[in-house]
Design a protein around this ligand. Structure first.
Ligand code: N01
Length: 545
């Protein structure tokens, strides 16, 4: 039970959970404005998901020069990325560099999980209980817990009986894993599986890939940066920053204006080939209707399938790798030699759609057809996304109602702008459900949220406001808008972690705002500039708006 410290001033102005991209910048921004802030972090270092995701081949799919903070030109100029896509260790080095440069560690308590956060209506403060039983309070409670930090290990029968080593990609041992001479199995072919499979295959004696859904993956075409690119990005800092902030996905890109169906087959082939050659996320940016029109989508889907057929020598294996869902409606994957890996003699592919896993045994994985004996079993099985990390904490707002109850375990998740919740005064979520979050370049979305929250807190302090809280009406309207935008696309027609379908028993819902980073920023700014319509603000029980 969180202690209430009746009639006492809070210990801090703000408490932030998490020391990843979100928490670090939130701390810096509020501290610079003179607020007292305490950050709590479960790990023993900064980095958030980049602290934990140390699996072989882990890299970010956003290009390095765009995958960083832009709040400080000095910081941007001081840091130089080595290659087009940053590897996990380099991102972690970057975040450590940021923490050192802005002397952030003094206000971060590491090795500390947050167990509960309860709102105290009498004193307008949040009482926080840490995992080790300590209590602390703050006027503002801010979550920077990430969207993909609650690891999912599916409840496969017998999963605890396996006697070999087993790991989840999102909780990889710091010392690494030695695969030499080992028979390794991996369950899952999302981004984590597809990045790690080619690397593990090179080291292991044998690798067995257990695939449930084949993926459209495109080559990342990673390469070391040349001096020219680095210099260009630094010299054009402001221009790049503006492009990122106002683009649909948080990355400078020209938005296509043409439908795939307006081109002939030959013309499309040329457009797709060009995008394929560039590598990265250019495929879905080839035409303006890839994610909204089934026929347009199929042209691209078939192009990628033809690439898989070309790459994989054994056509029986290629057929098993053939994806059939709408392209892009599961998170697009970038790879380095993924399909090529299935040409190796030490790699086997098990199609779980034909022969599902029956159980995990002491020795390995038993499908309906065969038992595969393994020394090491890897779960590349993803995350309880968006709501999972928040619902792991006992967060309670007004009248003791928990976030879990309010969101109906996820089924009735509603937020205002993905930033706030009715019934949870002075609580802010960085990249919460119903914001662009995972369908954007995360640092750009994180910066926008941090800046909006900091400006909002400034406003509250300047006007002596005790608390701000979203109205149920504003929340309903925002949620409806999010749903309508999503339903006009193909995203909601595919079962994915975007819809919650990857977690047994999780209610379905599409909790990402698809209107684009630029449009979303405009909407949030408009609300701030107009004095926060959609919120109630109270000074000592006197309603101000
Ligand atoms: O997880 P996923 P991930 N039996 O959920 C399978 C970000 N990220 O960790 O598709 C058998 O995508 C599941 O199968 P299915 C990125 O946003 C970014 O790979 O549900 N299989 C799927 O194949 C990404 O999208 C980067 O049928 C089971 C896999 O496990 C997100 O994190 C790198 C199963 C899970 O794929 C998550 O990626 C890594 C079961 N019971 C991650 N349960 C970069 O930027 C699940 N699966 C590079």
């Amino acid at each position: 039970m969180v202690s209430t410290n009746q009639h006492q001033a809070p210990d801090y102005d703000a408490i932030v959970i998490g020391a990843g991209f979100s928490g670090l910048y939130m701390l810096h921004r509020l501290r610079e404005a003179g607020y007292s802030v305490r950050v709590y972090e479960a790990a023993d270092g900064v980095g958030g998901v980049w602290y934990w995701n140390r699996y072989p081949g882990a890299r970010c799919d956003s290009e390095s020069i765009y995958y960083n903070y832009t709040f400080s030109e000095e910081l941007y100029r001081e840091w130089t990325w080595s290659s087009r896509y940053p590897k996990q260790s380099e991102i972690l080095d970057y975040l450590n560099f940021v923490a050192d440069k802005f002397e952030l560690r003094t206000d971060i308590q590491f090795d500390t999980k947050i167990k509960a956060a309860h709102y105290d209506e009498t004193n307008h403060k949040w009482n926080i209980e840490t995992g080790d039983g300590n209590n602390v309070s703050a006027k503002y409670f801010i979550t920077g817990v990430g969207c993909l930090s609650a690891a999912n290990i599916p409840n496969i029968k017998g999963k605890d009986t396996f006697t070999g080593e087993s790991y989840h990609t999102g909780h990889w041992p710091h010392e690494g894993v030695d695969f030499k001479g080992k028979h390794v199995g991996i369950i899952g072919t999302g981004s984590s599986g597809i990045q790690s499979i080619p690397v593990i295959a090179k080291e292991a004696d044998h690798l067995t890939v257990f695939q449930r859904t084949p993926q459209y993956s495109t080559p990342a075409k990673n390469h070391p940066y040349d001096l020219e690119t680095i210099e260009y990005s630094k010299e054009n800092f402001y221009q790049i920053k503006e492009q990122m902030r106002n683009s649909p996905g948080g990355i400078p890109a020209e938005f296509p204006t043409q439908s795939a169906l307006e081109n002939t087959q030959e013309e499309r082939q040329e457009v797709f080939e060009e995008a394929w050659e560039k590598g990265g996320f250019y495929m879905q940016n080839t035409y303006n209707d890839i994610t909204i029109n089934e026929d347009a989508n199929e042209t691209l889907a078939e192009f990628v399938r033809s690439k898989i057929r070309e790459t994989v020598h054994d056509q029986k294996i290629a057929e098993k790798l053939m994806p059939s869902y709408y392209y892009g409606t599961k998170r697009p994957v970038l790879d380095t030699n993924y399909f090529e890996t299935f040409n190796r003699t030490n790699v086997s592919l098990i199609d779980l759609k034909n022969t599902p896993i029956h159980r995990i045994t002491e020795k390995g994985v038993q499908t309906t057809e065969e038992e595969y004996e393994l020394d090491t079993l890897i779960f590349a099985t993803g995350y309880d996304a968006m709501t999972g990390p928040l619902l792991k904490i006992d967060i309670r707002g007004r009248e003791g109602v928990s976030l879990k109850e309010k969101w109906g375990g996820g089924a009735q998740t509603k937020t205002y702008l993905g930033l706030t919740n009715a019934g949870f005064p002075n609580m802010f979520m960085i990249t919460g459900p119903e914001s662009p979050s995972v369908l954007s370049n995360m640092p750009v979305s994180i910066e926008q949220h941090v800046e909006w929250i900091a400006d909002c807190i400034d406003y509250l302090c300047e006007h002596n406001i005790d608390y701000i809280e979203a109205t149920p009406e504003a929340e309903n309207a925002w949620s409806t808008h999010c749903r309508e935008v999503a339903e006009a696309t193909l995203f909601t027609k595919t079962e994915s972690w975007y819809t919650g379908a990857n977690i047994e028993g999780k209610p379905r819902g599409f909790l990402i705002y698809l209107g684009g980073v630029g449009a979303y920023r405009e909407k949030c700014s408009e609300i701030a500039n107009e004095g926060y319509p959609g919120f109630t603000m109270v000074i000592s029980k006197k309603l101000v708006i």
